[in-house]
Design a protein around this ligand. Sequence first.
Ligand code: 5GP
Ligand code: MN
Ligand code: MN
Length: 328
Amino acid sequence: AAAVEAVRGLTPGPEGDEIQLICHVNPDGDALGSMLGFALGLRRLGFTRLRATFPGEFEVPTPYQSLPGFDLLVPQRAAYPSPDVVLTFDVAAESRLGDLARLLAAPCVIVLDHHASNTHFGRIELVDPRAAATSVVVEGLLTRLGVPLDAEIAECLYVALATDTGSFKFDMTTPAVHELAARLIATGLSPGDISRQIFDTRPFGAMKLVGEVLGRAALDPTAAGGRGMVWTYATQDDLARYGQRPYVLDTLIDPVRGVAEADVAVIVKQSGDGEWAVSLRSKGAVDVSKVAVALGGGGHRLAAGFTGRGTPGEVIDSVRQLLDQNLI
Ligand code: 5GP
Ligand code: MN
Ligand code: MN
């Protein structure tokens, strides 16, 4: 209700309030889709001073570049210097905002999210840990603001929902998720076209790179109290050899998590000098968000992440130790 009141209190139009929308670093389909979907909703309400951005290098994975509302996206240096309102999308913690965290000093900060580990950094919060995606929260707010779903908004929200539910395969794929998907598709979307474009299209070099990285995966059946862990790593040199950008590894965890002999899957991806973006996945028995939080990151029970330091072997050792401690 506070979020509805806050948005209703804003002044639309070319002389109106400056609205800055932001999402997390290395944006995924939910971050971009929920942010652009809401931005389009604000546009329908007559707001014109709208900018959307995310921290870090201004690079959007190719598949997301055709999302509706993409024209609202600007590099972080072009964000409003002191916006009247800041809205955050899919951001679990300030640390996920990089240099943009300074914007949280704005007079009005509205947080839209669905991470149970959300660190409550905003003044107005719409955080629903039971929501399958931030786009579910966004759709609820748009409805209460009286913005009807059109095909453009729906495409953004659909991409977000499909991304975070693993194409409607994960546990949080509830009847409500399918009901929302049905309403989104009913605006005229083609789920087949969207899936092909977003999830099933990649450069040849990306396929070769993934092949090599999967080929070096290791299985540790004694980890996690005998539940097993499978892991692999990718370096910046691997990316360079195949001429690929880091985001092509965003879905690398999917084939790894399917390994029958392991309850826990880990990918260690180089993000800098001795710095690694670590993805953790669990099949259910292990709460990997506990491991991620203990190592300075966050996420959900079955999908979490953190930034590791050292060599891939050292990063994996720290995960293995915590996995053994966290099992009861
Ligand atoms: P992924 O492995 O797909 O990058 O992320 C899985 C989940 O963990 C997502 O919900 C994401 O928000 C969270 N996550 C990944 N890396 C980090 C991190 O460094 N810090 C925090 N707080 N959460 C993370
Ligand atoms: Mn996300
Ligand atoms: Mn999300």
